[in-house]
Design a protein around this ligand. Structure first.
Ligand SMILES: NC(=O)c1ccc[n+]([C@@H]2O[C@H](COP(=O)([O-])OP(=O)(O)OC[C@H]3O[C@@H](n4cnc5c(N)ncnc54)[C@H](O)[C@@H]3O)[C@@H](O)[C@H]2O)c1
Length: 266
């Protein structure tokens, strides 16, 4: 079987460069193209310190033509939400499957991407967190929410590095949505200030500082006890392996469908 041809948008970023290194070390995949706003025209391998790869960084304005010329099967996107909102539908229209790691997409941006996936009969994975451990963490909080029900208050605290652009994290939002669904629907309150008596909401709080890769704590707080479930990422490598796994997986899935990381893990 021939290699799955994978392109990266956001290739020179923290996640993009790690994913390229992992692709190079993974059987069954090949790097087909690289896109970014910076380093255009340079060899992406030299930019990320992996040696010459003969893959130049392209301007994402040329996304459609480069994806077609390079016979790309899958585009992995770790950029920022406004960029993904533009690039993902263009890639889908070029017949390319999608792995989207960018967080902070609005509901409207996500709907537009889903419509493009269906219309162009490609498949996609969109996940706020590609870590395998977080997949298990989501399952644990779903179970806890199911067993504890509405007698317990829920608070979510996330912490990330000081370069992170969006807040709260996509993972915190996914956790809140899982718990809300399990508890029959909850409002979300983002931080608290001034007079703010607690209702039946899920409180969500974002900490930013230093080089924290990503911590998520979900607290189920009752009157005489509390349960805290915590996932701590020690390295971005946990997202990298999952994103590459998803890229290999997505090419053989039913088309016109947007999958989650839980589908890949299952
Ligand atoms: N889903 C996950 O598992 C997961 C894990 C870590 C980070 N993330 C998310 O991935 C995204 C990227 O994170 P990062 O830490 O690598 O950020 P980063 O700032 O290091 O890298 C982003 C890269 O995208 C490029 N970029 C921005 N706009 C672009 C455009 N229009 N076209 C092409 N390239 C463009 C930037 O130049 C930069 O090189 C963020 O949204 C972050 O929250 C997701």
């Amino acid at each position: 079987m021939s290699d799955v041809r994978v392109a990266l948008v956001g290739a020179c970023g923290k996640m993009g460069s790690l994913i390229i290194r992992r692709l190079l070390a993974t059987d069954g995949v090949a790097l087909s193209a690289a896109f970014d706003l910076v380093n255009i025209g340079k060899d992406v391998g030299e930019v990320i310190g992996a040696g010459k790869l003969n893959v130049l960084v392209s301007d994402s304005k040329d996304l459609s033509s480069v994806l077609k010329e390079t016979r790309t099967d899958v585009l992995i996107d770790f950029t920022i939400a406004p960029a993904t909102a533009v690039n993902a539908p263009v890639a889908a229209a070029a017949g390319v499957n999608l792995i989207i790691g960018t967080t902070g997409l609005t509901a409207e941006q996500r709907t537009n991407i889903t419509e493009a996936v269906i219309k162009n009969n490609v498949s996609a994975v969109i996940s706020s967190n590609y870590s395998i451990g977080v997949g298990v963490f989501f399952k644990l909080i779903r179970d806890a929410a199911r067993y504890l029900g509405n007698d317990y208050d829920v608070e979510i605290i996330e912490a990330h590095h000081n370069q992170k652009k969006d807040a709260p994290s996509g993972t915190a939002m996914t956790a809140a949505e899982i718990i809300s669904k399990e508890m029959g629907g909850k409002d979300f309150v983002f931080g608290r200030e001034g007079l703010c008596p607690r209702g039946k909401e899920i409180g969500i709080h974002a900490v930013r500082g230093g080089d924290i890769v990503g911590d998520h704590t979900v607290m189920f707080i009752g009157n005489s006890e509390r349960i805290e479930l915590r996932h701590q990422a020690h390295s971005r490598e946990i997202f990298v392996g999952g994103a590459v796994m998803a890229a290999k997986w997505v090419v053989s899935q039913k088309k016109g469908v947007v999958y989650e990381m839980s589908d890949v893990l299952n």
